[in-house]
Design a protein around this ligand. Structure first.
Ligand SMILES: Cc1cc2nc3c(=O)[nH]c(=O)nc-3n(C[C@H](O)[C@H](O)[C@H](O)COP(=O)(O)OP(=O)(O)OC[C@H]3O[C@@H](n4cnc5c(N)ncnc54)[C@H](O)[C@@H]3O)c2cc1C
Length: 330
C-alpha cells in the first residue's frame, strides 16, 4: 500500500491474483497498524505514533473442574476477578469465568458433576511476553493454592489434536507515560485522514467494543473535516476496510445503520414543556434518501449530526478478512 499525502494506491492479493486499486478513495485500517509496516508505506508522523504503542498480553485457558459435592463448598459466584492480580499484571491467574454457569445458570452448574471454566491471566507490557507454555506452567503452579479458587482440581481441556485450548493475544494497545507526555494520543488523532486513511482499530481508543463503535462513528461524522472527499457518485467510491474484527465490522455496518436511521428520522420529535427539542434536531437539513431507502428521493428531516454521513455515504464497502501480511478481500 502506498500511502502518500494525497493519493492512495492499494495492491491486493485476491485468490492468488494481484489487483491494483488506484486510486483507492479510502483505506480504513481496522487492525493493529504495527503489523502492517511491511505492507504499508507509513509517513514518519504515523510511524512515530505507532512506535509509541505498547500492549499487555492476555492468556485464557479452558479447564474442566469437578464441582464440590459438599453443599457448603459449592461455588457462590460464576465469575471472580481478582483486582490485585490484575493490577500487578505479572501473568498470574487473575480471574475465572464459569462457562457452564454462563450458559445454564450457576444453580444448574452447581448441580452438575463437572463444569467448564475459563481461567484468565494478564501480563503487562513486556519486550518478550511469556509463551503459552510459560503461562500454562504458571497456571498449574499457582491455581490450586489460591484461596478464591473454589474447585479442588482441574484438567486442562484439549482440542481434537490434543493441544490445550488456550488463547494468547495482545491486549490493550496503549501509550506509556512518556508517550502521553509526548501527546501521542493527539498525534494519533492528527494523522487521521492523512493519505485518505482512517485508523479505527482498538489502539485508537480505549480498547473495548463499545469504544470502537463510538470512535468509528466519530470519524464517520467528521470525514469532510478530516480531508476525506469521496466521489459524488457513491457507487464509484472505492473503500477498503482492512481487518474484520469488531472495529472493522462495526465501521462498515455503522455506515449503513446510521444512514438508515437518518432516513427513518423523517420528523423531529414534538417539543413539550417538559421535553424541549434537543439541539441536534434544531439544525434541520433537507436530504435525499440513499438508494437503499424505499422512500425514493424524498426530502426528509434529519438530525444535523447525520448530514455529513448521508452526503458521503459509501455504498461499496468491502472487508478484508485475512489475517496475513498480504491483505486480501472477500
Ligand atoms: C480475553 C479478552 C476479553 C475481552 N473482553 C471484552 C469484553 O468483554 N468487552 C469488550 O468490549 N471488549 C473486550 N475485549 C476487547 C476487545 O476484544 C477489543 O477491544 C476488540 O477486539 C478490538 O477490536 P479490533 O477490531 O479493533 O481489533 P481485533 O479484534 O484485533 O481485530 C483485528 C482483526 O484484523 C485482522 N488482521 C490483522 N492483520 C491483518 C491484515 N494484515 N490483513 C487483514 N486482516 C488483518 C485480525 O486477524 C483481526 O481479525 C476483550 C479482549 C480480550 C483479549
Amino acid at each position: 500500500m502506498t500511502n502518500a499525502a494525497s493519493k492512495l494506491r492499494l495492491t491486493l492479493s485476491v485468490e492468488g491474483q494481484t489487483v491494483i486499486v488506484d486510486p483507492c478513495d479510502l483505506l480504513v485500517v481496522a487492525c493493529d497498524p504495527r503489523g502492517l509496516t511491511d505492507v504499508c508505506t507509513f509517513t514518519p508522523s504515523e510511524l512515530a505514533v505507532f512506535d509509541g504503542l505498547q500492549n499487555c498480553t492476555f492468556h485464557t485457558t479452558l479447564v474442566r473442574v469437578p464441582v464440590p459435592t459438599d453443599a457448603a463448598r459449592k461455588p457462590k459466584f460464576g465469575v471472580i476477578l481478582k483486582p490485585d492480580a490484575i493490577d500487578r499484571m505479572e501473568g498470574n491467574v487473575s480471574g475465572f469465568r464459569n462457562e457452564t454457569a454462563k450458559q445454564l445458570s450457576l444453580e444448574t452448574a452447581n448441580a452438575m458433576t463437572e463444569n467448564l471454566v475459563t481461567v484468565y491471566q494478564l501480563l503487562g507490557p513486556e519486550k518478550t511476553p511469556m509463551t503459552q507454555a510459560q503461562f500454562l506452567k504458571r497456571l498449574e503452579d499457582i491455581l490450586q493454592g489460591l484461596d478464591w479458587w473454589p474447585y479442588d482440581s482441574l484438567q486442562i481441556c484439549t482440542d481434537d489434536k490434543g493441544a490445550p485450548i488456550t488463547l494468547t493475544t495482545p491486549y490493550f494497545d496503549h501509550f506509556d507515560n512518556a508517550g502521553l507526555a509526548a501527546n501521542l494520543p493527539w498525534k494519533y488523532l492528527a494523522v487521521q485522514g492523512t493519505g485518505n486513511t482512517l485508523y479505527v482499530h482498538g489502539s485508537t481508543c480505549f480498547e473495548s467494543v463499545l469504544q470502537c463503535w463510538q470512535y468509528g462513528g466519530m470519524l464517520l461524522d467528521q470525514l469532510p473535516s478530516l480531508g476525506i472527499a469521496l466521489p459524488a457518485d457513491k457507487n464509484a467510491a472505492r473503500i477498503a476496510v482492512l481487518g474484520a474484527g469488531p472495529s472493522g465490522m462495526l465501521f462498515a455496518t455503522g455506515c449503513r445503520a446510521w444512514a438508515t436511521r437518518a432516513c427513518r428520522s423523517s420528523k423531529p420529535p414534538a417539543a413539550t414543556a417538559a421535553r424541549p427539542i434537543p439541539s441536534r434536531w434544531t439544525n434541520r437539513s433537507r436530504l435525499s434518501c440513499p438508494p437503499a431507502c424505499r422512500r425514493k428521493r424524498r426530502a426528509i428531516w434529519a438530525p444535523a449530526t447525520f448530514r455529513p454521513l448521508m452526503t458521503t455515504w459509501p455504498w461499496r464497502l468491502r472487508i478484508s478478512c485475512r489475517a496475513t501480511s498480504a491483505p486480501g478481500f472477500s
